[in-house]
Design a protein around this ligand. Structure first.
Ligand code: GRF
Length: 204
């Protein structure tokens, strides 16, 4: 798997600008994998349109459409295995992945978070809430983190971070914009290194 192109599934809930960066970097060769499936828990997520524009298969995964949680998670894992997915990237996906998926893809799932973990992570820390908390804490630096995914929000091994200065004039919006620019670079870089086996996995 280390020298071949990997099959990647991307999970989203919203705009999908990170998804777009992964698609673009895959096409340009900066990411040695192909985005072959995009999964969203929201049928109206703009990221689904980005996927369709790039001729990538999409799947709307809503647990409430199934009789039970286990039926839902089994169907999701079936979709991933049917498409020969090697790696998963969660890019603004606002739910926890089912445990069976986390276990099957152990050390092959990456998430991007818009702050310097382990600070400013955990349940409820997403989107604007993260940047508000960073500013309220008076941090002088922020930036994205790419980490491996386990069963707990924002808890897996940290793979990469980029630090950028926080200015006294920053609002949650201006900070989010500058962090997002770096996210678009960092996510592909980290996923490419993971695919190439360049990380020493030290947690579990
Ligand atoms: C990003 O800030 C990412 O770090 C966080 O959710 C946001 C998703 O943005 N997990 P987009 O949908 O990729 O534009």
């Amino acid at each position: 798997m280390k020298t071949e192109r990997a099959n990647i599934a991307v999970f989203i809930s919203g705009s999908g600008s990170n998804l777009q960066a992964l698609i673009d970097n895959s096409k340009s060769g900066k990411l040695s994998g192909d985005i072959v499936l995009v999964i969203s828990n929201k049928s109206k997520a703009f990221g689904l349109k980005r996927a369709q524009d790039a001729q990538i298969d999409t799947f709307v995964f809503k647990k409430k459409n199934y009789n039970s949680e286990s039926e839902a998670s089994e169907d999701l894992l079936k979709k991933l295995t049917e498409r020969n997915i090697d790696y998963i990237a969660t890019a603004g996906y606002l739910q926890l992945l089912p445990v069976n998926v986390v276990q099957e893809y152990k050390n092959r799932i990456v998430n991007i978070h818009p702050a310097l973990l382990p600070k400013f992570g955990g349940k409820g820390m997403y989107g604007k809430h993260v940047h508000e908390a960073v500013l309220e804490a008076g941090e002088t630096e922020s930036g994205p983190t790419v980490h491996l995914v386990d069963e707990i929000y924002d808890n897996g091994q940290i793979l990469e971070q980029i630090k950028i200065p926080v200015s006294g004039n920053d609002t949650p919006e201006t900070l989010a914009e500058r962090v997002l620019e770096q996210e678009h670079i960092l996510f592909s870089l980290a996923l490419d290194k993971l695919i190439k086996g360049k990380y020493e996995i030290t947690h579990g």
